[in-house]
Design a binder for this molecule. Sequence first.
Ligand code: SF4
Length: 461
Amino acid sequence: MLDCTPKEVIKRSGGLINPAKTCQPIGAMYAALGIHNCLPHSHGSQGCCAYHRSHLTRHFREPVMATTSSFTEGASVFGGGANLKTAIKNVFDIYNPDVMAVHTTCLSETIGDDISTIIKSAEVPEGKVVIHANTPSYQGSHITGFSNMVKGMVEYLARADTDGKKEQVNIIPGFVDPGDMREIKRLVGKMGIKFIMFPDTSGVMDSPMTGKFDMFPAGGAQVEDIRDAGNSSLTMALGYYASSTPANLLERNCRVPAITLKTPIGIKATDDFLMTLRSKFTLEIPYELEEERGQLVDVMTDTHHHFYDKKVAIFGDPDILTGLTEFVLSLGMQPVHVLTGTPSGTLGGPQGIFEKEINEMLAAARLEGRVKAAGDLFELHQWIKNEPVDLLMGNTYGKYIARAEDIPFVRVGFPILDRSTHPYLPIVGYRGALRLVEMISNALLDRQDRDAADEDLELVM
Ligand code: SF4
């Protein structure tokens, strides 16, 4: 394993070592699973599709159904049009989904297959739909792929076909676990607002054990609801990177005003989410949610002395990081290293906004830190060697740094491959924030307990 001398950061002009992201189609496949009766389809080789399915299965511990165009040498040279047309026919003949969601891969993007033209000339049965997203993995990350597939849902499905707008809100939840989607739906439901969430992987990627296999589990956003999203009076995009582009497209196509907020992680982002709903729909926040907030404030006050001044390094997906950074700041911690593998800005959007947003949060708390988009875990490890931290937060791959540097570690984000249960339990909302407080406390206090036990042992010896 490569190592570096503390106080030196190895300069690289290209290449990533242990990327803090994965490839676009994984996000597109996950988004497509959030439509009810939808079969994701990978337009490329079988190896890509197998990797994407297994990666999602390892995080969610659920079977992930998806088909592939099964490219071989012929398709690689002459294009994959014939493979995709055959696949469309076979998928509807054999599996009969309502929607087939095609995403591309590096190979089909390099060939330059024109997917919309191929779909138009394919045999699609009456009443069925084929949507698509271009997801070249040499750009962006799985978050870009998620955003592109949700954009495809808007392009192909959403329609403005009523005279006025309906008193309902579209929620685009971003790349979060099904437990988070359930919690966001619970919060909006408590506010008494009619809503359409898409994609919605609850009931699909956290489906119950029934003793029989369901090719298409009961959950997911209904196609007619996504169509009706064009008639809503507001779209709330939760997370700039995963959700703002489809929300803005819906605004352009169907004149549904779009608001982009942070993923509601932590007390402030959850407040912003609920207060926006309150002001847009002229409603009061129910007492039950006020009570949950009050309980969170109580716990944060009770535990503040555990967190105060503790240095923390956080890595993962940008929408999760903006919420997490804000939350650990509100706990009195110092996020000194914040790194995402996803490039800053949406594709075609302003660049450098990730660094700007995090640096503004740090400046408001009179702190300074290292912040980077399109970084990798090798670089994060070097930062930690140069400026050690009391806590590391991020996905499964952080455990190697945590082990090497003997740092308490909280698993949060995607992917978490070596633990279970996380897809069911939220980190969003006030309840999710309580869970984060518990996870951080346990990690820090376990370390303190261990250190105290070591000291006791030394005294005895
Ligand atoms: S070839 Fe591209 S799409 Fe396929 S697994 Fe690799 S990065 Fe992902």
